[in-house]
Design a binder for this molecule. Structure first.
Ligand SMILES: Cc1cc2nc3c(=O)[nH]c(=O)nc-3n(C[C@H](O)[C@H](O)[C@H](O)COP(=O)(O)OP(=O)(O)OC[C@H]3O[C@@H](n4cnc5c(N)ncnc54)[C@H](O)[C@@H]3O)c2cc1C
Length: 808
């Protein structure tokens, strides 16, 4: 074993071997993989080996597409047979609601270039004759699905990496990781030590342990998972003989089953509701090539549905039941990327579908390590989407929920109940008493809308029980005033004598004057958006930033990576250590003026002003800004004042018609103003010009801010896309995001978000289209639930296009 390496990959499952291969493919050949036992000795060896492109998140789907396309390459390069069977697959819907979901999947697939198509139950049964068509209402056929040999595939990655120069050491367990003062890592194994610039945690079932070596509690948990293999089935033999083809893969969502041919019989697996975690706290180091005891009772309810939906199984003998563990993050997506505060430590963990996702994870991580950027939009699998609130117990509850719902529909208005409430603010109970319907984001309970007694969300793809009440909230803001809690924003204080200069290079906007705020995009080197902040100048050496709540850890990772080490700047994330309220609407000034001595008149406290103030008895930071796009204020305070402030403002607002509003009304309001939001319109694959934020990028400022050269380039060549707002002729459902945008009969863009803009009485979609057609007035349609709806391009915001209300 060598003593030094550029990178050490810990773990020889399919994911570690893919990372190793990609590192060598992109030029890092001084790389070593260490495997505790034999390659595949974690969850990889007993996988069912199924793979598909389709995923609810289009960005993850793209990486799955890449993974499948890669298999030919590694097979050829390594000379290792991976046992690839591209059978195609069929996704079955037994209910109309599920069929609606499949239509959405098909629609997303259009702009990803997927070739899937909807088929009738009879057509599905023709393609896959084990199906009883009377049990289904429709299906989606996807030709790019199949299965492979898990062990052959892992060895193919490994052999290809070795050919490119990598070293692999089996029977070598990493026992500890120690970072040296120069930032390199001592990788301490039972066979000696290697010093490496980079270490990759691809520890699979032991990823938590490899995290704990550096003080990291990664939010992942292994679950037991069962599939059964049948004896040879005559129906399978007949189909093979008649068509010279294998049985298609099938996913039966309502039975929570997946199936495929295995030799001359079938393999049937299930994500059972009565699921069971494995090794909840620690993973035993001596676990290896053994299986867990099967438990037929646990999967019996799913099997019963399976026997009904696929009657031939009633006569099939069970040859073997496989029960093995594999790991999940709370939302089921992988945990990939660097970790704030641990330079050189990389994660490639919680990959629950290694044979669909392993290639994409390897590609993204290798790009990230070598180029400093994953090269794709990987926010959905970024390890930074969780913070230290995602504890072991939180993860346990959420992973169980996710596993048991693996094949369940999640409606756009559905909030999942596990691990809640976790984080609450001091007005949580007050808001509940006012009918707040809560959602959890970044672990924090936040009101979505306020329901009258006896009303709650009924889950649907279509407009639901909340529609009229959210409408009333939105209209109250436009007509009088609304009060909303905004503690869920991320807030940071940037302090120190170097703060101004540092911010000037980190952020693309101008640094505002003291007592002023500005919208400040943050770009990465390639000029793409990695943040959309509100930056406030509180005093010469003290700045306040508000940003997206779900991106706190993500942004801290960017901030920390670039902080000077001379102590001249500190950045403190506040979480809910600072809480906030927003008062918005034409009466908001009058309401607040009654509670403060600060002069709020239009000339004294202008749009984008910020100041320390007192509201009633409470000391606050008061700013004049509102994401509703209306006249409005954001009030930041220590949590101990929040309850008092909430009640004082509610009381003062009552005679003025002030109403509580939640995130759904806020969405309706920002849509009619054309405001984008982080993780929807603003993501690390769009440039500021494309996203319509170019006016906030100070290309002429002196500071050489990160991404300046690329932003100048974007200005010159115009980028590729434009963010646009459309009014959609929707009837009983509104877009939510990821629907295709059609132009003159062809798919030419995608929706990033949408909803009903209640105060304007129209259905709205925002999305990206190619810049060449971005100003075309006619020819637009947006596909929703299987129908193409006429859409009208909006050149100006629907509400207050000149900003008179906002600035007045
Ligand atoms: C029953 C079952 C069916 C499945 N079916 C499918 C399927 O059809 N399709 C699909 O895509 N996925 C399927 N999976 C999931 C799939 O197995 C996983 O996604 C995949 O194996 C994850 O690979 P990994 O490399 O991340 O982890 P692992 O396979 O767990 O590999 C981690 C490796 O790291 C090594 N290691 C850990 N710690 C150390 C250390 N300190 N030092 C040295 N080495 C270390 C381990 O020995 C192990 O070999 C299934 C899983 C199960 C259990």
């Amino acid at each position: 074993m060598k003593s030094h390496a550029k990178a050490v990959v810990i773990g020889g499952g399919v994911v570690g071997c893919s990372v190793l291969y990609h590192l060598t493919k992109f030029g890092w050949t001084d790389v070593v993989l260490l495997e505790r036992s034999q390659l595949t000795s974690g969850s990889t060896w007993h996988a069912a080996g199924g793979m598909h492109t389709i995923n609810g998140d289009p960005n993850v789907a793209k990486l799955q597409q890449y993974t499948i396309q890669l298999y030919k390459e590694i097979e050829e390069l390594s000379g290792q047979d991976i046992g690839l069977h591209m059978t195609g697959g069929i996704m079955l819907a037994a209910t109309e609601a599920r069929f609606d979901w499949l239509k959405g999947i098909l629609a997303k697939g259009r702009y990803l270039g997927l070739e899937a198509e909807l088929v009738t139950p009879a057509e599905a049964a023709e393609l896959m004759p084990l199906i009883d068509p009377s049990q289904f209402v429709g299906a989606l056929y996807d030709p790019v699905e199949g299965h492979l040999d898990p062990s052959g595939t892992t060895h193919a990655y490994a052999k290809a990496a070795r050919k490119n120069g990598a070293e692999i050491h089996i029977e070598t367990r990493v026992e500890d990781l120690v970072q040296k003062p120069d930032g390199t890592w001592r990788v301490i194994t039972d066979k000696g030590e290697i010093v490496a610039e980079h270490v990759v945690n691809a520890g699979g079932l032991w990823a938590r342990e490899v995290g704990r070596m550096v003080g990291l509690e990664l939010p992942l948990l292994a679950m037991e998972h069962m599939y059964l293999l049948t004896d040879d089935m005559p129906e399978v033999a007949a189909h093979n003989a008649a068509t010279a083809k294998e049985m298609l893969h099938a996913v039966d969502f309502d039975g929570e089953l997946y199936l495929r041919q295995e030799r001359k019989g079938m393999l049937m697996g299930t994500y059972e509701k009565a699921c069971v975690p494995w090794s909840e706290i620690d993973t035993p180091w001596d676990f290896g090539h053994e299986l867990l005891a099967p438990d037929l009772d646990r999967i019996a309810p799913s099997l019963e549905v399976g026997f009904r939906h696929f009657p031939a199984f009633q006569n099939a003998g069970i040859k073997q039941i496989i029960n093995g563990p594999f790991t999940f993050a709370p939302d089921g997506n992988p945990l990939v990327g660097p970790v704030a505060g641990l330079p050189g430590y990389w994660c490639a963990c919680a990959v629950m579908a290694g044979f669909s996702q392993g290639g994409g994870v390897g590609l993204a991580l290798a790009n990230w390590m070598i180029e400093g950027d994953p090269g794709f939009d990987v926010f959905a699998m970024d390890v930074a989407r969780y913070g230290n609130w995602a504890t072991l117990a939180y993860t346990n509850a959420k992973v169980r929920e996710n596993y048991s719902r693996r094949f369940s529909i999640r409606y756009p208005n559905e909030e999942l109940p596990a691990a809640r409430p976790l984080k609450t603010t001091p007005i949580y109970d007050l808001m509940l008493s006012k009918g707040a319907q809560m959602g959890a984001s970044w672990g924090l309970e936040q009101p979505l809308w306020f329901a009258p007694e006896g009303v709650s969300d009924s889950f649907s793809w279509r407009r639901s029980t909340d529609f009229e009440h959210v409408g009333a909230e939105a209209r109250a803001v436009r007509e009088a005033a609304g009060l909303m809690e905004i503690s869920g924003f991320a807030k940071y204080t940037v302090e120190g004598f170097g703060a101004r200069d540092w911010l000037d290079t980190m952020l693309a906007g101008r640094i505002p004057a003291e007592g002023r705020m500005t919208l400040a995009p943050m770009l990465k080197e390639d000029g793409k958006l990695i943040g959309d902040f509100t930056l406030a100048n509180l005093s010469a050496e003290r700045y306040f930033i508000a940003g997206s709540g779900i991106a706190e850890e993500y942004h801290m990772r960017w901030f920390e990576a670039d902080l000077p080490d001379d102590g001249s700047v500190t950045v403190v994330p506040h979480g809910v250590g600072i809480t906030g309220l927003s008062v918005a609407g034409p009466k908001s000034r009058e309401i607040l003026q009654g509670l403060t001595r600060t002069d709020l008149s239009a000339d004294a406290f202008k749009f984008m002003d910020i100041a320390e103030a007192e509201i009633g008895m409470a000391p606050v930071i008061l700013s004049r800004i509102s994401y509703t796009g209306d006249l409005g204020y954001e009030i930041w305070c220590a949590p101990e004042y929040l309850r008092y402030l909430f009640q004082a403002i509610l009381e003062a607002g009552e005679p003025h018609g002030l109403k509580l509003f939640g995130l759904r009304a806020l969405n309706a309001l920002r849509l009619e103003k054309g405001y984008g939001s982080w993780a929807r319109e603003y993501r690390p694959v769009y440039g500021p010009l494309e996203a319509g934020l170019d006016r906030f990028v100070a290309l002429k400022k002196e500071a050489d801010f990160i991404g300046k050269a690329a932003a100048l380039g974007e200005k010159e060549d115009g980028g590729a896309l434009r963010l646009r707002t459309f009014v959609v002729e929707a009837k009983d459902a509104d877009v939510i995001g990821d629907e295709p945008i059609w132009f003159n009969g062809e798919v030419n863009g995608w929706v990033t978000s949408g909803g009903y803009a209640h105060a304007s009485n129209v259905s709205v979609a925002m999305g990206y289209v190619p810049k060449e057609i971005a100003n075309e007035e006619t020819g637009w349609e947006i596909e929703l639930l299987g129908a193409r709806l006429a859409a009208q391009l909006q050149k100006r915001p629907l509400f207050d296009p000149d900003g008179a209300r906002m600035r007045g």
